[in-house]
Design a protein around this ligand. Sequence first.
Ligand SMILES: Cc1cc2nc3c(=O)[nH]c(=O)nc-3n(C[C@H](O)[C@H](O)[C@H](O)COP(=O)(O)O)c2cc1C
Length: 302
Amino acid sequence: MTSLDPRALRDAFGSFMTGVTVVTARDKTGAPVGFTANSFSSVSLDPPMLLVCPGRFLSSYEVFAECSHFAVNILAEGQQEVSNTFAGYKGNRFAKVAHSNGVYDLPLIDGALAQFCCETHQAIPAGDHTVLIGRVLAFSHTAGDGLGYVGGSYFSLGLEREMDAKVPTVCGAIISSGDKVLLEREGDAFRPVQISGAERGGQRNRLAKGLVKRGIHARIEQVYSSFNDAESKQHYTFFLALSDQHPAPEQAEWVSVADLPDLTFASKGIHHMMSRFAREAQTGDFALYLGDAERGDIHNFR
Ligand SMILES: Cc1cc2nc3c(=O)[nH]c(=O)nc-3n(C[C@H](O)[C@H](O)[C@H](O)COP(=O)(O)O)c2cc1C
């Protein structure tokens, strides 16, 4: 048998996009138990069956391996906290999450998109997990988008689509050449080169096309900052870019990086970003910012 690298195998399995469920049951004393699971699959329509795989590492493993009934709750987007609670919280998980009782007193998570109450059909030990197959006795379903999971992170397709459709997006570039940055004027204030427009889709392509249209020659590199600016009610995505276009293209000017913190910019969020750029340009160690104009996370590339 080939020996497989467990870390690489876990990553490969994790590349499969799934939803997220919380699987619940009651132990012998009647206390509710539950864990987060993405190993859910529908199995059969007639008779109605589904499966989920509890791992031997679960503190509640014995309960699930031997239970006569269990429930599966498919989480809705926005229920990350519920997922995190049932994946990691060591106290009473049910005290933190609103729930009710279904048939056989099975705990059902409020706000879940679908809830299935099952009778155990078969529990098949399989390596370090058990394949728990349930026959669906009762279920409920509400329309909506589910919470997504891939590569160890959650995603919310519905929310992301909505944001894409609602928030006007401006993309731009912090174009540098040695110790200078290319800036434009907006009234009395400065701003990095920006391309706005109704066109949707790949920001990088949009930016590249926009720069060419404006006669700016620059090589677009990594995304540098993506944030919602409450002041201008816009979403900004800025890339880093390099150029050796001298003199400056029309309607833009080369400004010294060292002067950036003292300049007046079109908004507080942009001033914040440009000051960070001036700081990071000293070492060339640029990080990615995701958040809003006030608060966000810096992600280091290395
Ligand atoms: C998105 C996600 C999916 C998971 N899927 C499973 C799964 O299918 N089977 C499993 O046994 N554990 C799965 N886990 C891990 C368990 O939820 C976690 O180990 C468990 O809640 C720990 O419970 P315990 O403290 O009672 O042992 C998953 C965790 C997350 C965050």
